[in-house]
Design a protein around this ligand. Sequence first.
Ligand code: ADP
Ligand code: ASP
Ligand code: MG
Length: 419
Amino acid sequence: VTPTEFETVPAVRRDAAGAAGNVVVMKFGGTSVGEPALIRRVARRLVDARARGRDVVGVVSAMGHTTDELLALAREIAPTPPARELDVLLSVGERISCALVAMAIHDLGVEAISLTGSQAGIVTDTVHTKARIVEVRASRIHEALRGGRIVLVAGFQGVSTHTKDITTLGRGGSDITAVALAAALGAGECEINTDVDGVYTADPRLVAEARRLRSVSFEEMLELAAAGARVLQLRSVEFARNHGVRLHVRSTFGDEPGTWIVEEDERMLEQAMIAGVAHTVEEAVYRVDHAGAADLAGVLADAHVNVDTIMQTGSEIVFSAPLDDRPRTAEALERLGATWSEFDHLGKVSLVGAGMKSHPAIAARTFATVRELGLVPSFVSTTPIRIAFYVPKDEVERTVAALHDAFALGAAEPAPEPA
Ligand code: ADP
Ligand code: ASP
Ligand code: MG
């Protein structure tokens, strides 16, 4: 598995709750709470789940583009805002939507309480803007659930018990709030409610023929998330796998089942060789002269750069990292005294599937497809279940569509819904 960012296995205290598995954690993303009418709709869904007898914990993201707007506002005030203050600011977005959903639930005549990440017991390390959860102390949630209330938790944030400061969990971090709470509460399942009705064979906004997968294995989902399929935040998938959380990605707007993230043996029942094609144009590729880069990996880790692909060829090391991490990456490379260059005109395309292990011809077909587009893939890397390479950014869309087509990923799946 590529992801270099492994969630440590945090302590989760499971105090005596209600019947095991009766808790359901339901997370709603930014577009799902983007306006008042949608907030009322989310409230209704939470109340419906309560009416079905479940103990309901809702986790919400900031409304619409709030987080981006707060970031832009901060940068307008100061080009490099202190990370501590940035976290105080960014945590506000989720607090707003959380309180509003609680109000909407009250309006439906049902008891609800909103909690910040800190109040909900999400304890993190001290790394501002990309903190990791080290412990979940869910006693306050248990108490509210025992009192028959629906509990709303502001996603994407926690508190460092060391510095007593507010931290945030990295972009898309409400997913990990939901998964961590599901683990701590022994929830029957963790629902990720979003603006698409599941995990698709490619980003459905890019590929019209993309098909919803009924299930995908944790291993495949980790690779897809690391490769840019942002429907689930990478760390949330790692956390769910480490803690055996049942994850269900589904639509906020309908009642149909979405995609279950399952163990590999269950997934293999479906016998699809390839799970999907993922892409990202939000990475930069760095080429570093090997001579001066003795402790490159260590220095990047210390700078909290989320390195993805890292490759060593003759005299060079090549790696990729998120565009968001550009300033820290440049700073780390300067500190190292390395000779380096950056490519920011490339996009990464990845083909992911557990079936690759036993089908070596997949690589050949992948590169033949890319060649037919008149492209030369660069910085190719593979794992047993993934082939990734870079093409110019403006060729990414065409490449994803061509691979999706070449492997007939839009064709109907053979096996029935898993139980
Ligand atoms: P939320 O705000 O609910 O967290 P995100 O924007 O983070 O939602 O994630 C949902 C988006 O992920 C979809 O709108 C879709 O464009 C994108 N996406 C990328 N790859 C995939 C994929 N393979 N399957 C489904 N959605 C994908
Ligand atoms: N609001 C945060 C973000 O935009 C967290 C999330 O949406 O999950 O990244
Ligand atoms: Mg998201």
